[in-house]
Design a protein around this ligand. Structure first.
Ligand code: UDP
Length: 480
């Protein structure tokens, strides 16, 4: 038969770093595969990725941004994430509805946090695809912990349990799962909501690649029954220097001086430290990191993002604070760079001077480290980060645990303080041991597999085309 027009896909990302960034990349990836992609967002969020979209458009990639505005012009930005990661974006319901009624796409991809949009999309009979932001492994661990009601039968928060039904023996403790999952009523409610969200959907897009977690990709599809397109790592669509540096916010040190500094360092000699876009550590904890780093004598780049209970001045470095002194000293010794805010993470990770990543194990950071062939020090804090740690250290064996044991809410003072000795030990283990050389070798192999997944003939490449094809088939069927 003859070719029909390209499919039209809408993408409706949640505000803020760890959710918005990969979904924008996903929209760009689908557009590069020929789908007409439209990103629905608010004015201030659009600013964070406008430039890369403009560059795509100039090279004839069919992608556009559609701004949704509320009648009151209320802006939703990720600074509101400080009010809680589950910030209510549902004031966008009316503008979203209006736009969908007038412009019916072949499908709309929504972030799992945009659950509120499900009903209206289903009412309009537009195929709804969920972007869940996670890999297959964390999903399997969380679902199986929940479905088998294991948490209630443990005698304490620190008693290990084996996650039932998984391909590998994965041990967790109750202290490592989100607080709300430890409450049976809340867990049941959450499961119910997820069932509703996923029940009628067209399928789920997963930002991972088959070879990273083959047993769990199969498990997700066959045992959990998820219709999943595994399409990542989507960050690999950022090929140019501009795309890599303009992902998210404006870096607080310009990327060229950062790269120059890295150029002056030996291969694998610098450790990169970041806890993602939402986590807040206390000043007490930051001090332990600083002293641990100093004792390890390792060169480093450290992103000190938002600080718990701190003023803007203390965060940006003009406050009277112990870190100002540390920063100055490290600068004089040429030991370390500190970003007070946002760093160009992709550029940094890919530099050959970087030999390790101390990370909170956010899914995107984990994948980006894998893609760059960089082994990790795992320091999970909240969300599903403790499960990601297990994938890195117990399944893939490409990381060293710092020894963080307690799940905590991202914006509360943590019960647990990870001491300077643990920081020092983990850094030495990752940067200077034979064990780590083996990890470095392994992660480089996985990085190659990641690159193969996204090019023609690769599994992610195939899954992207298969979703596009599925939407085409559906359109033809509905036109008959
Ligand atoms: N990121 C960045 N610069 C920073 C901090 C974060 O570019 O200074 C990016 C990082 O590359 C990743 C995302 O923000 O793509 C963070 O997502 P992740 O899932 O790792 O953690 P979250 O922020 O959701 O906790």
């Amino acid at each position: 038969g003859h070719e029909i027009d390209s499919v039209e896909m809408f993408f409706f990302p949640f505000v803020g770093g760890g959710h918005q960034i990969p979904m924008i990349d996903t929209a760009r990836v689908f557009a590069k595969h020929g789908a007409k992609s439209t990103i629905l967002t608010t004015p201030s969020n659009a600013l964070q990725f406008q430039n890369s979209i403009t560059r795509d458009q100039k090279s004839n990639v069919p992608i556009t941004i559609q701004i949704l505005t509320t009648p009151e012009d209320t802006e939703i930005t990720d600074t509101d994430m400080s009010a809680g990661p589950f910030i209510d974006t549902s004031i966008l319901l009316e503008p979203l509805k209006q736009f969908l009624v007038q412009n019916r796409p072949d499908c709309i991809v929504i972030d799992m946090f945009h659950r509120w949009a499900g009903d209206i999309i289903d009412e309009l009979e537009i195929p709804r695809v969920i972007f869940n932001g996670n890999g297959c492994f964390p999903r399997c661990v969380i679902e199986n912990t929940r479905n088998h009601v294991v948490l209630e039968n443990l005698s304490s928060d620190s008693e290990p349990y084996v996650v039932p039904g998984l391909p590998d023996r994965i041990e967790m403790t109750r202290s490592q799962v989100p607080i709300f999952m430890r409450n049976p009523t809340q867990t049941a409610q959450f499961a119910e909501r997820m069932k509703k969200l996923e029940g009628k959907c067209f399928g789920t897009i997963i930002n991972s690649f088959y070879d990273l977690e083959p047993a769990y990709a199969d498990y997700t599809r066959n045992e959990l029954g998820t219709k999943a397109w595994i399409v990542g790592p989507v960050s690999l669509c950022n090929r140019s220097l501009e795309d890599k540096k303009e992902r998210g916010k404006q870096p607080t040190i310009d990327e060229q001086s950062c790269l120059n500094w890295l150029n002056s360092k030996k291969p694998n000699s610098v450790i990169y430290i970041s806890f993602g876009s939402v986590a807040r550590l206390s000043i007490k904890q930051l001090k332990e990191i600083a002293y641990g780093l100093e004792a390890s004598d390792q060169s480093f780049i450290w992103v000190v993002g938002k600080i718990l209970n701190s003023s803007k001045e203390e965060e940006t470095g003009s406050g009277n604070w112990v870190l100002d002194e540390f920063e100055q000293k490290m600068k004089e010794m040429d030991k370390g760079l500190i970003f007070r805010g946002w760093a160009p993470q992709l550029l940094i990770l890919e530099h050959e001077a970087i030999g390790g990543f101390m990370t909170h194990c956010g899914w995107n950071s984990t994948l980006e480290s894998v893609c760059a062939g960089v082994p990790m020090i795992t320091w999970p804090l909240s969300a599903e980060q403790f499960t990601n740690e297990k994938l890195v250290t117990d399944v893939l064996r490409i990381g060293v645990q710092v020894g963080s044991k307690e799940w905590g809410s991202f914006d509360e003072e943590r019960k647990e303080l990870v001491g300077r000795e643990k920081v020092e030990l983990a850094v030495k283990k990752l940067m200077k041991s034979e064990e780590a050389d083996e990890m470095r070798r392994k992660v480089k192999v996985i990085a190659e597999n990641a690159k193969r997944a996204v090019v023609e003939g690769g599994t992610s490449y195939g899954d992207i085309d298969s979703l596009i094809q599925g939407l085409k088939t559906r359109r033809i069927a509905s036109q008959v």
